[in-house]
Design a protein around this ligand. Structure first.
Ligand code: 2P0
Length: 331
């Protein structure tokens, strides 16, 4: 294809994150303002690289993911997001978006956190926007809530805030001094029954327990931040595991109640608890799906993998360490 000298390309790489204290409920859906703060760990091996090229407005827009053109709902969400960013920054042009998702579907991890952080970064780089990290986090948040945290490496905290300007993530510790591993256990390949957006909307609108979740998460975030500051793996793990249970319990109390658990989910949760009782310290967390993520320190990783291979022999397991923040470039 011919290259127009006016074209500008921005590239960004962002990593997925796993929430230790979860975001589960929006008080403003359009702006993606959450009810509570959340705290996450950015992951090393699962990431998205996105390239945005600004074309002449007369040219057709293009969006490809892992080499294939994207259409339908996923593309609509991206183009609506782009229109919003263009409006905000007063910029125009047709865009060519090329995304490479290095988030194996077998990891059972959602890629929206890395995808929208990378897209926000590539957009800013393509237009040469002068944005600081908090502005970038705010831009990413508009695409997907969890993406607000993926601009930072290590541990990050998304401050709920009260409006668009104040709802941004901040770094807690981008280079943690203690080694932490996360094992992603994929136990099911069925398409997600209830999206994160729909699931959290239902609990906000119908669960009588939702106010308790909100109140409790305020305390959970403070305690998690302290555990991170103390490099206290035991407290970090206990808080993360309990917070995941709280979130999944909340789903059962929606009207109608629902769950992301599958039978094998419980087998993994029980195996993790059993391992801990045997002295192999590890903790689980779960997001909007049946897969389990196990937090462990390096010395116990092999023992966890070995046990889970027996408990859920069909599961795919991938482990990773702590990942870096977003990187951006333009040419
Ligand atoms: C989180 N999750 O804190 C929570 C915990 C899943 C469970 O953020 O609706 O894709 O696009 O803002 O960020 C996944 O939901 O939701 C998520 P939207 P998102 O990581």
């Amino acid at each position: 294809s011919t290259v127009n000298s006016m074209e500008r390309t921005g590239t960004a790489t962002a990593h997925t994150n796993i929430a230790l204290i979860k975001y589960w409920g929006k008080k403003d859906e359009a702006l993606r303002l959450p009810f509570t703060d959340s705290i996450s760990l950015t992951l090393a091996d699962f990431y998205t690289t996105t390239e945005v090229t600004v074309l002449d407005s007369a040219l057709p827009k293009r969006f490809t993911m892992n080499g294939s053109p994207v259409q339908g709902k996923a593309a609509d969400r991206v183009w609506q997001y782009i229109a919003r960013l263009q409006q905000r920054f007063g910029v125009r042009g047709s865009l060519a978006i090329t995304t490479e998702n290095h988030v194996p579907t077998s990891a059972g991890l959602a890629s929206s956190s890395s995808a929208f952080a990378a897209l926000a970064g590539a957009f800013a780089a393509a237009y040469g926007l002068q944005v600081d990290m908090q502005e970038l986090s705010r831009m990413a948040r508009l695409g997907s809530g969890s993406a607000s945290r993926s601009v930072y490496g290590g541990f990050a905290r998304w401050i709920a805030g009260s409006d668009d300007a104040t709802s941004v993530a901040v770094p807690i510790d981008e280079h943690p001094s203690f080694a932490l591993r996360m094992i992603a256990v994929q136990i099911d390949v069925k398409p997600k029954a209830i999206s994160s957006t729909a699931g959290m909307r239902r609990v906000v609108e119908t669960s009588p327990y939702f106010p308790v979740w909100v109140e409790h998460n305020v305390d959970a975030c403070e305690r998690m931040q302290q555990a991170i500051a103390d490099s206290d793996f035991t407290t970090l793990g206990e808080l993360a595991q309990q917070n995941a249970l709280d979130m999944h319990a909340l789903n059962l109390t929606a009207r109608p109640g629902f769950t992301y658990f599958e039978p094998q989910t419980l087998q993994v949760l029980q195996a993790v608890d059993q391992l801990r009782q045997e002295g192999v310290e590890c903790y689980y967390t779960m997001d909007a799906g049946p897969n389990v993520k196990v937090l462990v320190q390096p010395e116990h990783e092999a023992a966890v993998l070995e046990r889970l291979a027996v408990v859920v022999p069909d599961a795919t397991m991938l482990s990773t360490g702590v990942g870096p923040g977003i990187t951006m470039s333009a040419n």
